[in-house]
Design a protein around this ligand. Structure first.
Ligand code: AMP
Length: 588
């Protein structure tokens, strides 16, 4: 397939943010795409080469790309940098430069999607001392044969700056229309995506095997399943109202969610945001297979740091010490953990997702043997609010965050948040009722004690409809010196020259960050705001929602993807909830 078809499509898509238009452009593109390249096209659309969980990063630095442009065009580095400064985006600058140049040269051959993809793939895999030179060679050879528009998109993909703003749901809408003629079939595609986390594979399956093939799509061991999420409740009474009077309560441990894929001695671990985190937990890899009595299995557990002497649970923050590439063995002994199983998703070649909670728990207990290191998360069946309160107390005393409440007769809903699982946390007793997970989008330089760090951060919620991050508050309290240091280390490499187009904020900032980090805050209230963009126009025309007295809780949620941050829909529910409480108390 000619790469120019894709470059032209990208160009059209960049000109709009409207979902319907984007869907239409995608449908047209998919209809022109031969089946054997559709997976590659779907990855490239998202600026990727493979699904996220494979961790393949292009990682080409701007400096290197500039050298490659210079090599292929013969134009000096200085001149390219000048153009870059003027244009603000390197892909675009390159196309301007090459535009002037193509008038004097001939294109050698048409480039294909396959060739671009293979070359990018080789670049991503290069390592070692000579890799820089080889990268320049590969990039310049592509640029040699590319027209200016193609060159600009090749560079954008390489630099990670291709941002078409296409949500996964939009891709699935377009696939459903292109290959089944009916958008409603997205539901079937969603299921396939939820169990494989691989949109390219989903696209290839529907293209080659039609709707029938995608209906039969099965879990693939070592491909992560998108996790089931819980709604929040504020009180035991609210839980009873929602769940009836017979459900399971489990401790909600404050650790890292780990999805374990195991076959024999092979173990792969995925985080909640589907990143491969196996290297941080060599102890799990070594010890867990011995505790499993099945040929293959996919399990979910909470890995929790413990006090070596007493065995007591320690807060999530302790696990951060394991986030290192080197000397992980030392961290493993310094920060010991236990693995606390709470679900089973696959066993002996068969999906367990359709089984109800009770049957899954039974199977889990049968297949995993408890020992010093591997445990079953404490669980009890509760029937009334006193029993919940009792178990809640026990769980808090044991060092956990509260309870997860789960319907007994419900299946596992991969990739969705719903009321079949509810979370009841201690923090809910604060005024707002819950902590929020917000995306860091901007920063303000600190003064006094905070010089050399970001003293205040600008935070955003996630808007699922538009796939954007909408500003909701500035936060400047709750930071310890250690937090400030840590945040500076994490955020500094994320500083951008221009605000990422997915950020929606009228409020300015000293610096903008790539929206990649989630932190936890509490607040006293949600109020209407003329400045902030969260839930704009949803409650009142021309007003968004903002947090009053926000405070950082000290938790940097590195395990959360930004798309898992608190959504505007959740904020609206909380806003309405606080209104209701005030109303019930006759305050308004
Ligand atoms: P939250 O991050 O506040 O939305 O809470 C959901 C998280 O709680 C999950 O992603 C897990 O990491 C964690 N968790 C702790 N205990 C449990 C449990 N018993 N069942 C499910 N998730 C749990």
């Amino acid at each position: 397939m000619e790469f120019s078809i894709l470059a032209n499509s990208f160009n059209k898509m960049e000109s709009t943010r409207k979902r319907l238009e984007l869907t239409q452009f995608l449908v047209e593109l998919f209809e022109k795409t031969p089946h054997q390249v559709i997976a590659k096209i779907v990855y490239l659309l998202q600026g990727k080469l493979r699904p996220d969980f494979e961790g393949i990063e292009l990682g080409v630095a701007e400096k290197l790309a500039i050298r490659a442009i210079s090599k292929s065009s013969g134009i000096t580095i200085k001149r390219i940098e000048e153009e870059y400064r003027k244009e603000g985006e390197l892909g675009h600058a390159a196309s301007v430069i090459l535009e002037q140049k193509t008038q004097t040269t001939f294109l050698v051959e048409d480039i294909t999607v396959e060739r671009v993809y293979e070359t990018l793939f080789k670049i991503a895999k290069l390592e070692g001392t000579r890799s820089q030179d080889m990268k320049i060679k590969y990039i310049s050879s592509l640029l040699n044969d590319a027209n200016p528009l193609e060159a600009s998109y090749i560079l954008k993909i390489l630099l990670g700056s291709l941002r078409l703003g296409i949500a996964e749901n939009t891709v699935m809408d377009a696939l459903a229309i292109a290959f089944s003629g009916n958008k409603d079939n997205r539901k079937v595609l969603e299921h396939a995506y939820n169990v494989s986390s691989d949109l390219g594979k989903v696209a290839e399956t529907i293209a080659t095997k039609s709707l029938k093939g995608i209906e039969k799509f099965e879990i693939i061991l070592f491909n992560p399943i998108r996790p089931m999420l819980a709604d929040r409740v504020k009180s035991e009474e609210e839980a009873i109202e929602k769940m009836g009077n017979n459900f399971a309560a489990e401790y909600k441990l404050d650790g890292e969610r780990v999805q374990l894929h195991i076959e024999g001695d092979k173990v792969v671990l995925f985080s909640r945001s589907l990143e491969n985190i196996s290297s941080y937990y060599p102890d799990i890899i070594e010890k867990i297979p011995k505790a499993i009595q099945a040929e293959n299995v996919i399990l979910e557990a909470e890995a929790v740091a413990i006090n070596e002497n007493t065995g007591a649970f320690l807060p999530f923050q302790e696990l951060m010490h394991r986030r290192r590439k080197y000397k992980i063995e030392k961290a493993v002994t310094q920060y010991p953990i236990t693995v606390n199983f709470f679900d089973i998703l696959y066993c002996n070649g068969k999906s367990c997702l359709e089984l109800n909670y009770k049957d899954r728990r039974e199977k889990l207990e049968k297949i995993t043997k408890e020992n010093e290191f591997a445990k079953h998360i404490p669980m009890t069946i509760v029937k009334n609010d006193n029993e919940i309160k009792d178990f809640f107390e026990n769980s808090i005393n044991a060092g956990s965050e509260g309870l997860m409440l789960k319907m007994l007769d419900k299946s596992y809903q991969a990739g969705s948040r719903g009321s079949n699982w509810l979370k009841l946390k201690r923090e809910y007793q604060n005024e707002l009722g819950d902590s929020l997970d917000l995306v860091v989008i901007g920063g303000f330089f600190g003064k006094g004690r905070r010089t050399g760090s970001y003293g205040t951060l600008l935070l955003a919620t996630y808007d699922e409809d538009t796939d954007t991050f909408t500003s909701i508050c500035k936060v400047g309290t709750g930071f310890s010196d250690e937090n400030l240091d840590q945040l500076y280390q994490i955020l500094n490499p994320k500083v951008t020259i221009k605000k990422n187009p997915r950020i929606d904020s009228e409020m300015g900032a000293d610096v903008w960050f790539e929206p990649e980090l989630v932190i936890e805050v509490v607040a006293s209230e949600i109020t209407l705001s003329p400045i902030h963009k969260a839930a704009l126009d949803k409650i009142k025309k021309d007003a968004g929602l903002a947090l009053r007295f926000p405070k950082f809780t000290g938790k940097i949620r590195i395990e959360k993807a930004v798309e898992d941050a608190s959504t505007n829909e959740e904020i609206i529910t909380l806003y309405k909830g606080q209104k209701k409480v005030a109303h019930d108390k006759n305050l308004i």
